[in-house]
Design a protein around this ligand. Structure first.
Ligand SMILES: *Cc1c(COP(=O)(O)O)cnc(C)c1O
Length: 235
C-alpha cells in the first residue's frame, strides 16, 4: 500500500473518531484531499486508494492536473478567486470554497448563466479580521446575504473560514464555533439553511468536526510536507 493510501486510511479513522465523540455520522463529513503543489502521480495514488474529492488553490497549476486525471473526480477550488479566472474555474470545479464579495458573486452568477451551470459555492468569512486573508466581514455579509441568496445560478451551500494561526488545534475551536454561530444566525435571519461548513485543515480538522465541519480540507497530512509555498496561499 502506498504511503498516501495509508495516510488517507488514518485520516478517515481520525474523522470517524471525531464524529463518534460528538454523535455525528462520518458520512456527513467530506474529506477534501488538498493536492496543491503535489504532482498528478500523487493524486493518482489517492485515486487508487478510492479517494474522489480533491482541492486545488491555483487555476494554472490545477488545469493540467485535472485534464490528466479521470473525469469522475470531484474538484474543489479552495483558493482566492480572481475575476479573470472565474470562467475557467466554474468550468473545471464542482464547488468553489472562497467566494468573498457580492461583486464577485454577481459576476460568477452571470458567467454560470452563460455556461449553463449551477455551481455550488461557500461564502468565505474573514474570521480574525486579518488583512492578509480574504473573506467577508460578517456585518457586511449580513447586510448582503439577501442579494447573494437571490442570485439565480449560484447555489450557496454554506460558509467557509480559516482561523488565525494559533499555537495548537484547540486554539482554533472558538473560531470554528464562531463560524458555526454565524451560519446559524444567517440561517435564522434568511430561512435558508446554509447547511455546510468548510473548516479545518491538517492541523485542526478533528476540532473542526467536533464544532460542526461538513467539509475538511486536508493537504499535508495526506500528501506530506509541501516543498514550496504557494504565493498568497496558506503553507
Ligand atoms: C493549503 C490549504 C489547505 C490545506 O492545508 P494543510 O495544512 O496542508 O492541510 C486547506 N485550505 C486552504 C484554503 C489551503 O490553501
Amino acid at each position: 500500500m502506498s504511503e498516501i493510501a495509508e495516510n488517507l486510511g488514518e485520516i478517515r479513522s481520525r474523522i470517524a473518531d471525531a464524529c463518534v465523540r460528538v454523535g455525528r455520522y462520518p458520512s456527513a463529513v467530506e474529506l477534501i484531499a488538498v493536492s496543491k503543489t503535489f504532482p498528478v502521480d500523487a493524486i493518482g495514488m489517492a485515486v487508487d486508494a478510492g479517494h474522489r474529492h480533491f482541492g486545488e488553490s491555483r487555476l494554472q497549476e490545477a488545469e493540467p492536473k485535472i485534464e490528466a486525471l479521470p473525469g469522475s473526480l470531484h474538484w474543489h477550488f479552495i483558493g482566492n478567486v480572481q475575476r479573470n479566472k472565474v470562467r475557467r474555474i466554474l468550468s473545471l470545479f464542482e464547488v468553489v470554497h472562497a467566494v468573498d464579495s457580492l461583486r464577485l458573486a454577481r459576476y460568477a452568477d452571470e458567467i454560470a448563466c452563460e455556461l449553463g451551470l449551477f455551481p455550488k459555492v461557500f461564502l468565505e468569512v474573514n474570521l480574525g479580521g486579518e488583512t492578509s486573508k480574504g473573506g467577508f466581514d460578517f456585518d457586511a455579509l449580513r447586510s448582503e446575504i439577501d442579494d447573494l441568496l437571490s442570485l439565480e445560478r449560484l447555489e450557496i451551500i454554506g460558509l467557509m473560514g480559516i482561523p488565525p494561526a494559533g499555537p495548537d488545534a484547540e486554539s482554533a475551536r472558538p473560531w470554528f464555533a464562531t463560524l458555526r454561530g454565524m451560519r446559524d444566525q444567517l440561517a435564522d435571519e434568511t430561512g435558508v439553511p446554509l447547511s455546510f461548513l468548510s473548516m479545518g485543515m491538517s492541523g485542526d480538522f478533528e476540532v473542526a468536526i467536533e464544532e460542526g465541519a461538513t467539509h475538511v480540507r486536508v493537504g499535508s497530512a495526506i500528501f506530506g510536507k509541501r516543498a514550496y509555498r504557494v504565493d498568497g496561499e496558506l503553507g
